[in-house]
Design a protein around this ligand. Sequence first.
Ligand SMILES: NC(=O)c1ccc[n+]([C@@H]2O[C@H](COP(=O)([O-])OP(=O)(O)OC[C@H]3O[C@@H](n4cnc5c(N)ncnc54)[C@H](O)[C@@H]3O)[C@@H](O)[C@H]2O)c1
Ligand SMILES: O=C(O)CC[C@@H](O)C(=O)O
Length: 395
Amino acid sequence: MFNVQTYDNIPAERLQWVSREKFSIGPEVSRPDAILLRSHDLHDAPIPATLLAVGRAGSGVNNIPIEALSKRGIPVFNAPGANANAVKELTIAALFLASRNIVAAAGFVRSLQGDDATVQKLVEKEKGQFGGFELAGRKLGVVGLGAIGVQVANTAIQLGMRVYGFDPLLTVEHALHLSPSVTSVGSLDDLLTEVDFLTLHIPLDNDTRRLIDGRRLSRLNDGAVLINFSRAGVVEEAAVCAALQSGKLHAYVTDFATRTILDQPRAIVLPHLGASTAEAESNCVNSVVESVVDFLENGEIRNSVNFPKVTLPRSGGTRLAIANENAPGVVSRISSALAAAELNIENLSNKSRDDYAFTLVDLNADIGPETLQLIRSTKGVLSARLIPKSAGFFE
Ligand SMILES: NC(=O)c1ccc[n+]([C@@H]2O[C@H](COP(=O)([O-])OP(=O)(O)OC[C@H]3O[C@@H](n4cnc5c(N)ncnc54)[C@H](O)[C@@H]3O)[C@@H](O)[C@H]2O)c1
Ligand SMILES: O=C(O)CC[C@@H](O)C(=O)O
């Protein structure tokens, strides 16, 4: 039985397909083998000694202490692309919210007092202050052409916008899905000088924190619109406020509420709603739970953000799942320890990614506690566990 502790109200009905004979799942579960969460911040929490995996039912992983978990040999899984359509749709909505002043206009109408005739008179008298502009022909810059950015760029092309994209780490997979009508720009500064709208679809990390600062905002066309469904920290908040106040920015549409931003009249602030659709929530939970279940039962790694993809068809015997440093000699030390215990390796897969590697070893016989301990204490091994012979993961 594996214990899976959940955070962020991940609904039990989304987990109905997971066998309760094999998995105890819920917020009250203790001594977790796995943690399943959305935006819950794990940075200041102690890492449970029992923990084998963390699953993020979403895309961004800045709420998870990736490096500390990696050093303990704990893979972190996410759900790449599973909420991209939901975020794309809200980002497209944001273009309209800003260009047609929809939030302020709707607020104005809602505030009107009086009978029909009075209301209609006021509407016709005041509507001029909410006049907008059209998207067709306007220039949109998309920063980050991953799962979300590609979809936003392609849909904006269909709306008749001229779209410019910037992503220094663009993958072949995402490039293949990008409309040929999107112009790829080689530097962020060059992209900024082109555009009327800028939308951000990048992860928050040490390279992207405050990426959009005062200097970069000053390169945008006057009256530009900034859209942020990425994370609050990818913009320099004080610079955004200054740009709103000076008119450099016509509007800032963001999914991330802070006191300062809420006090800006031309900020349109949403309550982190990008991925909040039934479809996205279901896709995210299904995707990440599938990865976590496969890892717990099989040791295989798919969709991890800190360890490589490793798969190995089960040959029926006992399996060792080992997280190790990506350093010379580790795999040979592991096989020497197994040979010393007179265990024959039937099948082995070792894959590496940056500083870390993961090794699956199928053995022809059961492994004793002393040998497992020996593997765990082998230089370069971060974690090792035994996966007994097992059939079928899902009911
Ligand atoms: N508001 C929401 O509810 C919501 C929902 C999903 C994702 N997000 C945020 O959006 C981010 C992107 O999500 P995704 O699913 O598209 O992720 P993704 O990993 O598919 O795409 C991110 C892209 O950003 C690119 N990138 C990284 N650093 C960059 C930089 N400095 N400049 C330009 N491009 C850079 C990467 O190469 C990658 O292609 C997430 O990390 C998360 O923070 C928010
Ligand atoms: O879980 C959510 O509601 C938000 C998820 C989103 O921020 C993500 O990074 O996938």
